[in-house]
Design a protein around this ligand. Structure first.
Ligand code: GTP
Ligand code: MG
Length: 432
């Protein structure tokens, strides 16, 4: 059968129109939704159409979860969220035709709009000493701190380095937190070996320790770092506004969700908090204890009553049992270090040159300072903070493990290992 010419034109026009409609329906969401049968029906009947919630893909777009139809972060930022009076989230009013699965989560779910869960914060800061080369491990530690704790609390961070931080370092760190972050340069004289140190004697000591395989025994930068952490970090300009700090190192692990430990410090008038304690290597501190004794004899008034000497010594101060709090984790009150007692103590130690002629670590120096210049009840064991710095970890036990939803194996716990000093800390409070 042949079709007459005018009728053929009508068929061709109709075919073009129908093709165009399907083409637009697939490629343009707004067009598709405006012309869908459901919507056209709704225009006439006022009936509600089904809403496809995220996770309810039946009848929804296959792109609703991860595909190209999801808004980018920039889209989220540019669309103001709207709330009804009951606080429910409504689709953005300026884009009502957007399918519900495409409605972005309101921005205030992502930002610091929510205050700390308990509604108040301490005057506190995280501190990390790091080199540019520590970047990957620094990011790993900070990301965990954010996930376990700080994305709820938004405490600021201070990073310190004796060399300027690279742009890459700053960019990678600021990407993973919404909290304020400062990158500080350490003043030259706070870091490097002072002129009055006898370099011949210092380098001979390094060579000897290296020969004896003392850990970091041959390293000058490590000594600078130990001296800086012992006596200078708390004087940095960027730390001046703060009262409490939490020291974080690159490449550590935080195992549990946390409440705010800074508030424990503040509310219970704590001075120093730790998670792991152990004895120091004797080869790094041959004359440290004699120097401490000399200081105490000369300055008896600076030592705190009810101190924790029994954590340090098993014979009333005669000898050092080498127990120290592992200072790669510290939550402490900066006033402990800024106060008269510790300031004079540090200067006294520094003048002896043991940071360079031996290899005095900031862990024993801080621990002796905390034990002698604070009351023992001001030293706090953070049993609920799951933490690992290779090769040891503290994993919370029992209820604390459950409450923190900790991911460490509770059986992998340093507390009662033979090499742990926690029993000496416990004994401070159990002995009469
Ligand atoms: N800016 C800077 N930071 C350093 C330097 N050496 C160490 N640090 C930092 O000081 C802290 C302690 O150094 P570590 O090398 O971790 O010392 P450690 O914990 O005794 O030894 P590890 O078992 O190797 O972790 C870390 O936060 C390091 O990133 C340095 O030369 N410059
Ligand atoms: Mg370390």
């Amino acid at each position: 059968m042949s079709v007459s010419t005018p009728l053929r034109y009508v068929f061709v026009a109709l075919a073009v129109l129908i093709s165009l409609h399907y083409l637009l329906s697939f490629t343009n969401e707004t067009y598709g939704s405006a012309t869908s049968l459901d919507n056209i029906k709704q225009q006439f009947t006022g009936a509600e159409t089904n809403i496809n919630l995220p996770g309810n893909t039946a009848g929804g777009s296959p792109l609703s979860h991860n595909g190209a139809a999801n808004p980018s972060h920039d889209d989220v930022a540019s669309i103001p969220p709207s709330h009804d009076s009951a606080g429910d989230i409504l689709p953005p009013h300026d884009d009502a035709a957007r399918p519900p699965y495409n409605t972005p989560v309101p921005e205030d779910y992502y930002t610091g709009a929510h205050p700390s869960p308990v509604g108040r914060k301490a005057n506190a800061v995280f501190v990390m000493l790091a080199r540019n080369g520590d970047l990957e491990n620094a990011v790993a530690s900070i990301k965990q701190m954010e996930d376990r704790f700080n994305k709820k609390f938004k405490y600021p961070y201070v990073f310190l380095n004796e060399q300027p931080f690279s742009e890459q370092f700053k960019a990678r760190i600021t990407t993973i937190t919404d909290s304020p972050v400062e990158f500080g340069l350490i003043p030259h004289d706070h870091w490097f070996q002072p002129d009055w140190i006898d370099e011949t004697r210092a380098s001979a000591a390094r060579a000897e320790m290296q020969k004896n395989n003392v850990i970091y025994g041959g390293s000058l930068p490590y000594r600078n770092m130990c001296r800086y952490n012992s006596g200078f970090f708390y004087r940095h300009e960027l730390l001046k506004p703060f009262k409490y700090y939490w020291r974080i190192e690159p490449d550590v692990k935080f195992f549990c969700d946390l409440d705010d430990p800074f508030l424990i410090m503040e509310d219970q008038n704590k001075m120093y908090g730790f998670t792991i304690s152990l004895p120091e290597y004797p080869a790094t501190i041959p004359t440290l204890w004699n120097t401490v004794r000399e200081f105490v004899v000369a300055n008896p008034d600076l030592v705190s009553p009810d101190n924790a000497m029994d954590f340090l010594s098993d014979d009333g101060g005669e000898t050092y049992n080498r127990c120290h709090f592992w200072s790669n984790f510290e939550i402490a009150n900066l006033d402990l270090w800024r106060g008269e007692s510790y300031s004079k103590f540090f200067d006294f130690l520094d003048e002896k040159g043991g940071f360079y002629y031996e290899r005095w670590g900031d862990a024993p120096v801080h621990s002796i300072g905390a034990a002698l210049f604070a009351r023992k009840d001001q030293i706090h064991f953070f049993g609920d903070i799951g933490y690992r710095h290779e090769p040891f970890q503290h994993c919370p036990q029992g209820e604390a493990h459950k409450k923190g939803k900790c991911w460490c194996d509770p059986e992998q716990n340093f507390d009662r290992e033979w090499y742990s000093c926690l029993n000496k800390y416990d004994a401070l409070f159990t002995k009469s």
